[in-house]
Design a protein around this ligand. Structure first.
Ligand SMILES: C[S@@+](CC[C@H](N)C(=O)[O-])C[C@H]1O[C@@H](n2cnc3c(N)ncnc32)[C@H](O)[C@@H]1O
Length: 394
């Protein structure tokens, strides 16, 4: 029998590469019915395979003596999983090879079992060594060249390598909770959990320390009018005090936001399904702007993102300006993005012309190394998602 976690991972990898699915969403269906241990294993194998696919395909191409593009998609999915497990896990090679053949047999590609068996055996013998001999860089760490080059530009080659490596590891498991649970962290209300420890209940939200920091740094207070300009799914919305207007342009995401607001009992939040650039309301005391971004700080959590990420500085500037123009003079605007890219971070804030309200003194451990008025959480230095956070005066 094929190991259940491996079978589930096979389903996820096929959906990601054959149908363009998001790995985290595909996992929910594929892992339904597995126990917590197998679910964790299925996540590790499928996320690792999707993240490392550039290195994996390089190895398969070299060892299969056939271009990867010429391999049937289900056969390629089974070989990619095999390469991941043989390269980065302690799974026994015989079990990986046997299950690779069975996955291929069961996927309607029976004709390819001999090929799959031969390639899986060659991977078992030579893939780890092949990877170890690659020069340090984006091929060895499995990133698109442009992301590596951007991080070298912003932080230098050594930090770029550390960033790539950190986001190939599982992300921290942190929950936001009103009552203590697990291990307290350096962000109030954020608790670190062991894998599989608890499921979030109505009062808890899975949310990285970097994301929680962005919600806290706005400093919202009871009695104030607050605009959350880009609100869904609402992880930060439901942290805010005051009378919150939570705006979301996408109808499906606005529904998800409303459900989360209700689940968490955030009676101070009103959801508005609209484009914030057209919102007919103003005079807010504070605004949170958490716009779409390339997500280069959350690549550990979203394994397929590195293959589709796009910087969005023009949209980010428009959304920041839309929120600032709806905030009363002297009010505060918090701009946060889950990316590590100066073009979407400090360059957008600089282009807005808004004056920074310095955050570095409030959270010294997260001070931006080059711009101390801002915060920057990073996977390689802080072990959390990468968030750029700026508080600005409207
Ligand atoms: C990074 S997500 C926000 C995450 C959210 N703040 C949280 O903590 O859960 C960005 C959101 O902005 C929404 N968005 C994009 N353009 C928008 C616009 N013009 N007006 C309002 N919302 C917008 C997207 O649909 C997306 O849901």
């Amino acid at each position: 029998m094929i190991a259940p976690a491996r079978a589930a991972a096979f389903g996820v990898v096929r959906r990601v590469f054959e149908q363009g699915a998001y790995a985290d969403r595909a996992l929910v269906g594929a892992a339904a019915g597995l126990d917590a241990r197998d679910r964790g294993l299925a996540q590790r194998i499928s996320y690792g395979t999707v993240q490392r696919v550039r290195t994996i395909d390089h190895g398969i191409g070299a060892l299969a003596s056939r271009p990867v593009a010429d391999i049937d998609p289900p056969v390629l999915a089974a070989l990619r999983i095999a390469a991941y497990e043989l390269g980065w896990s302690e799974a026994p090679a015989y079990a990986v090879v046997d299950d690779t053949v069975e996955l291929v047999r069961g996927a309607g590609t029976r004709h390819a079992t001999g090929f799959a068996n031969a390639v899986a055996r060659r991977l078992a013998d030579g893939f780890r060594k092949l990877v170890e001999e690659l020069p340090p860089g984006p091929l060895a760490e499995s990133y698109p060249d442009w992301i590596y080059e951007l991080w070298v530009r912003d932080w230098g080659a050594e930090a770029a390598l550390e960033l790539m490596r950190a986001q190939n590891e599982p992300a921290e498991l942190v929950v936001r909770s009103p009552v203590p649970v697990g291990t307290p962290t350096d962000v109030p209300g954020a608790y670190l959990l062991e894998a599989g420890a608890i499921e979030p209940d109505t009062g808890r939200v899975w949310q990285s320390r970097g994301s929680q920091l962005a919600g806290l740094a706005l400093g919202s207070r009871d009695g104030e009018r607050i605009l959350d300009a880009c609100a869904a799914p609402g992880a930060k919305t439901t942290m805010l005090h005051g009378e919150v207007t939570a705006v979301e342009v996408h109808p499906g995401r606005a529904r998800e936001l409303a459900e989360n607001v209700e689940r968490l009992g955030a009676a101070n939040v009103r959801v508005v399904n609209a484009d914030v650039r057209e919102l007919d309301e103003s005079g807010f005391d504070r605004a949170l702007v958490d716009p779409p971004c390339s997500g280069l700080g959350v690549l550990a959590r979203r394994p397929d993102l590195r293959w589709r990420a796009k910087p969005l500085p023009e949209l980010q500037l428009e959304l920041l300006q839309a929120a600032a123009s709806r905030t009363r003079p002297g009010g505060l605007v918090l701009y946060s993005v889950c990316t590590l890219n100066a073009d979407e971070n400090e360059a957008v804030v600089d282009a807005s012309g808004l004056e920074p309200d310095s955050l570095g003194g409030e959270w010294p451990q997260f001070t931006h190394p080059k711009r101390p008025e801002f915060l920057l959480t990073t996977p390689h230095r802080h072990g959390t998602s990468g968030f750029f956070i700026a508080r600005l005066r409207a």
